[in-house]
Design a protein around this ligand. Sequence first.
Ligand code: GLU
Length: 413
Amino acid sequence: MAKESSSTNPTSVAYKKAVLKLGLKKNIGRALEIPDRELTVEVPFRRDNGEIDSVIGYRVQHNNTRGPFKGGIRYHQHVDIEEVRSLATLMTWKTALLDIPYGGGKGGIAVNPSNYSKTELERMSRRFFRGIDPIIGVNIDIPAPDVNTNAQVMSWFMDEYSQIHGYSPAIVTGKPIELGGSEGREAATGKGTAIITRETAEKWGIELNNAEVVIQGFGNVGSYAAKFLDEYGCKIIAVSDVSGGLYDPNGLDIKSLFEYNSKNRTIDGFKQGKKITNQELLALKCDFLIPAALGSAINKSNVNSIKCKAIIEAANGPVTGYAADSLWSRKIAIIPDILTNAGGVTVSYFEWVQNLQQFKWTEDDVNMKLEDKMVKSFDEVFSIKQKNKVPMRIASFMVAIDRVANAYNLREG
Ligand code: GLU
């Protein structure tokens, strides 16, 4: 999809508006916008047929005023330095908003992982991690999964790092439980999304029981969000993945679909629901529309067809700045990514703490602490929104930027 101009990048638009509202000094506003460090690495690796291939990887460290850089690593053919920079910046505001002691970073490799075998992906992942080794560390920069990376990729990262530096589970989060991963981490982003949807329903006066929900994307985030919202009593009327969408106005059988998708890695071929396209899915009338796939899904070209009451941004940057302004004028609420999907990095933080203490929490411990963090952050943002009469995104940025700016002033003063 063609990118809209950078003036409609929702992160930079929201940043500028929030800085203005906060009355932040110009020099501080500028200092906090610029990334601390950016690294581009060439990643050579051997294909299964013996040939050498080579791809480009990135790690951007945006800001570490409040703690080590933190953020995922994605594998996708559209990854470039601009995208990674913007996502790294988003992580700084996300960790600040949740008040967890981290800064923001992000990484990625410009590659379509479905073109490679598992052994090729392993060699590529290990080589990439060696490439960024000089700038990461348990108290410096802690990567995690993101689009198209998972617990297996984190295991390779951890192993590669541990071979150089000694056993270091805390170097990445989102690991398998057997290697020091946390209970509840895999489900955390989807669970957080469901909690935020529940809180939105309450504040916006939408009945949660039988609320109609549409979810774009049925990967880790979308599938778990569907699972928990189904448990809350919502009616999930449509979901989609790269194969297209499934629609049933009476509600899809999410328990069976979740199982089907875990087994087959696609929703294609599931017994229930009418087949629809991704664009038709986004245009369905519903209470909550949850984009849980890639950035810019809702943009200039389709924003006028949106008919939900609220958009819950489970993906990072799924609504462009242009589309956000248009939705605001139509009184369609947007609950921003840095709040909605922060459950992932929050439980990453819990995982890191457990690794550092060499101590294991139960799933109930993790889920209780996650629930507290999400609800507290939602309430904080909502009260700033009410006080300043601004959208939830601007209110979220105001809370986050204020936190980083205060820490920055204390350290630099
Ligand atoms: N990639 C996830 C995000 O965008 C998780 C990051 C993490 O756990 O560090 O928030």
